[in-house]
Ligand binder design. Sequence first.
Ligand code: PLP
Length: 416
Amino acid sequence: MHHFHYERGRLCCEELDIESLVRKVGTPVYVYSRATLTHHFAVFDGAFSHIPHLTCYSVKANSNVAVLALFGALGGGVDIVSGGELFRARRAGIEPKKIVYSGVGKTREEIDYALSEDILMFNIESRQELEAISQRAQALGRTARIALRVNPDVDPKTHPYITTGMEKNKFGIRVDEAVENYRHAMTLPGVDVVGIDCHIGSQLTDTAPFVDALKRLRALMERLRELGVSIRYLDLGGGLGITYADEEPPHPTEYAEAILKEMEGLSCTLIFEPGRVIVGNAGILVTRVLYTKETPTKHFVIVDAGMNDLIRPSLYGAYHHIQPVVLGQRETRTVDVVGPICESGDFLARERPLPQVEPGELLAVMSAGAYGFSMASNYNSRPRPAEVLVDGARYHVIRHRETWEDLVRLETVPQT
Ligand SMILES: *Cc1c(COP(=O)(O)O)cnc(C)c1O
C-alpha cells in the first residue's frame, strides 16, 4: 500500500501533483510520502503490539534525518551500522536506549562513540570485535550490552549480494561456535551479555527462512539458558521484501504470525530491524527525459538520473517500475532507460515496454525509497539529488540538491 496514484492522468503523491512539485524542486528528485512511511511503520510495529518488542528501523535503507525523526516520533528505535548512522540517529532525536549497532567492521572510534552514548546493544560479529569492545568499555569505564550476531546458515533465496546469513558470508559467528563465544563473553570485563542476533538477508519473499533461522536461534538460546546465560533480547534482523514487480512477499502480519508461533514459551523482548519493507514503496525517483536515441537494435531513453542516483539496477540487476508522470494515449515501445553516466552499466531499465516518451517529459521510477538516495554517489561529479517529504498537499525539502560548489568543498590543491 502506498500513496502514489494518478488523478485525471497525473501522478500525485498524497494530494500533491508531482509535475507541479518538480517545477519548484527540479530533477532528479526523490519524493517520499509521509503518510506511507507512517502507515508502513505502524503496520509493522503493530503486528507485534501484543508482545514485548522494539522495532529498530534499519538506517541504511534511507538515512535522511527527517525520515529517522518520523520513526522516532512513532516510538521506533534504529539499527545502525556505522558511527555516521549513530550521529544521524542522535541528530534525529532517537533515544540511545533504542539503538542497536550491527556491522563487521566497527572501528575503535565508532565503538567509543557508541559506548559514550550508552546504546542499547552491540551486535557483535567476531571474536576479535568482542575483545575490542570489552577493552574499550573497560578503558572508558562503561558497560557494553552485547548480543552475538549468529550466522544461522540458512539460504534466504534472494540475490547473492543481499544474502547475509549463509556460511560463506562474512557476517556473524557460526552457530556451532556461538556457545564457546558466549562463554568467553561472560568472562570479559566491561561486557554484559543480553542478546542473540541474526540478520539473514534482504528482500525475502517467504517466511520459511526466517522461521528456520529462528528455530536455530531458539535452540541456541535454550542451551545458553542451561549454561546460565540469560538472554533478554532476541534480535531477528530485517529482510522482509516488498513488491517491485510481481513478487508476493508476506504481509507483516503474516510474518508476525509465523514468528510468534515459534516464540511460544520464550520470554524475551523481540527486536526487529526492518528497512526496505518500511521505506521501499514510500518513495519514488522523478527524472526528466533528456533525449531519445535510436540504433538498429535499441531504442534508448536518456534521462537525467543515473546509476549514481539509483544504483540498484546496475548493482543487482534490480527491477524498478517506470511510468510517465503524466499519462496520455500513445504506443508502447521496448526501450532501455539509461542515465548520463559514462558506463554501459548505467541503466534504470533494460528491454522495458514503455509508452513512447518525448524529451522534456517526466518519468517516475517507483519503489525507490529504500537503498536509493542512501546509496547515491557523486560519480561523474554529479551533485546528488534533492529529497522531498510530502505531507498531504504540502511538501518539505528534507535535503537540498547538492551544488557544484559542494562537489569540491573538501578538496585542496597543494601550493608547490
Ligand atoms: C541492511 C540490514 C537490515 C535491513 O534490511 P532490509 O532488508 O532493508 O530490511 C537489518 N539489519 C542489518 C544488520 C542489516 O545489515
